[in-house]
Ligand binder design. Structure first.
Ligand SMILES: Nc1ncnc2c1ncn2[C@@H]1O[C@H](COP(=O)(O)OP(=O)(O)OP(=O)(O)O)[C@@H](O)[C@H]1O
Ligand SMILES: [Mg+2]
Length: 148
């Protein structure tokens, strides 16, 4: 399994590899097709926010393995203007442009964990994680492989 995938974001064209890498990593971690699509959608929204609101930044996606679960962590960072009112921005329909304001709340709903760190001087970092439980059989197979 690849452990870290980095995708620079500076235009709409970069959303294509961002989605594709996110989807591929999700599948490698054993997420269902449906979950992989939800993860790709969250990635799109967060990457699009970088392009629209901060111009450029990057995504780092990491697969993690714990005894009882797998996780896909996506860290999206930029050095843009920051989000002035983050609590309001996380509510549906709050936008600085004439848009729908669905990106942040939508992505948050699709993922299991969602954190935003934002600062006018430093920019914005969104960290979001999706978990998948490892079942008994998978744990057994992993233990066998370790012993082999
Ligand atoms: N990376 C970012 N840097 C600076 N501001 C951001 C960033 N991401 C989001 N924002 C701010 O948070 C607001 C809400 O973001 P959200 O994605 O929910 O809506 P939107 O991008 O305005 O509209 P939509 O995503 O529905 O097209 C944005 O209008 C913008 O002001
Ligand atoms: Mg948006």
């Amino acid at each position: 399994m690849r452990h870290e995938v980095r995708v620079p974001i500076s235009s709409d064209a970069d959303l294509v590899p961002a989605r594709a890498e996110g989807r591929a990593l999700a599948r490698e971690l054993g997420f269902s097709q449906t979950d992989a699509t939800l993860i790709a959608t969250a990635i799109s929204e967060i990457a699009r926010n970088i392009v629209v609101h901060a111009r450029s930044g990057e995504l780092v996606m990491t697969g993690i393995q714990q005894p009882h679960r797998y996780g896909l962590v996506i860290v999206a960072s930029d050095a843009g203007p920051g989000i002035p009112e983050i609590d309001t921005a996380l509510e549906r329909g709050h936008t600085s442009r004439r848009s729908l304001g669905l990106g942040l709340p939508g992505a948050r709903r699709l993922m299991d964990e969602f954190e935003v760190e934002t600062d006018a001087a430093k920019g914005t970092t969104v960290t979001m994680t999706k978990w998948r439980a490892r079942d008994e059989l998978e744990r057994l197979r992993a233990r066998r492989r370790e012993r082999a």
